[in-house]
Write a protein that binds this ligand. Structure first.
Ligand SMILES: [Mg+2]
Length: 232
């Protein structure tokens, strides 16, 4: 999809929008990383470091890593079921709906576990952009439907969507925790980072204003004050 097409998606119906990362932010663990840790080997983790260093893209990382991973659909589903969505994320979704705040998940992880974990708590209708992992004839097939939107180092280049939304919304918040959230950090009007983790440390180091949080109720409290009490 071209950026011009993304711009056309802006309805302008809502004044405020929240973008949220999934792994380690909505989900209490980095599920994608846990899959690699448990079903992968040393080579898989070495490839991960190349991505962290910025030497390879999300697609290159995933294609190289899953070449070393042998897991059935049944095993992977059972494994995913051992993780959960943060309990107060559901209340946060309700708060957004009650305030007409649009919410979208931006993940450089995979739909296989995102959709399953959200469905487990009844959140089936949330908009989300993520990479795709599917089993076809017992083989894992990876797809990256959004990689052409950005610089191709990420499957889902989060800053692209924040920039395009900036034209349509009065104010944009972003919530994240780690490396793939860093490009979005300077663009958000209001930024939240999981306490003490990579995104929070990056923002402090680079003097980017950030609210560190551990529970979603802290996020909604800040947003309520900023957006509805101060009248932004
Ligand atoms: Mg994350």
């Amino acid at each position: 999809m071209l950026v011009s097409q993304i711009l056309n998606e802006c309805s302008g119906a809502m004044a405020r929008k929240v973008f949220v990362d999934f792994d380690g932010t909505i989900a209490s663990h980095d599920v994608g990383n846990q899959i690699l840790q448990v079903f992968g080997n040393e080579e898989v983790m070495r490839i991960d470091q190349l991505w962290i260093n910025g030497d390879i893209s999300t697609r290159e990382r995933a294609e190289a890593q899953f070449a070393h991973i042998d897991v059935s659909e049944y095993e992977l589903k059972r494994f995913v079921d051992s993780f959960h969505v943060e309990p107060d994320f559901i209340e946060f979704v309700d708060w957004c709906r009650s305030k007409d705040v649009e919410l979208e998940i931006l993940s450089d992880g995979f739909d296989f576990y995102i959709d399953r974990m959200l469905a487990a708590v009844g959140l089936t209708a949330l908009p989300r952009r993520a990479n795709s992992l599917a089993f076809e004839e017992d083989k894992i097939i990876l797809r990256f439907p959004y990689e052409n939107d950005g610089n191709r180092m990420f499957g889902v280049c989060k800053d692209v969507y924040l920039r395009s939304a900036a034209n349509c919304y009065e104010s944009i918040a972003f919530i994240g925790d780690s490396n793939s959230d860093i490009p979005a950090a300077p663009i958000a009007d209001i930024l939240f980072a999981r306490e003490g983790l990579i995104l929070a440390r990056y923002c402090k180091l680079n003097e980017i204003p950030v609210f560190e949080f551990s529970r979603f109720v802290e996020v909604s409290t800040v947003l309520h004050a900023k957006w509805f009490d101060e009248g932004i």
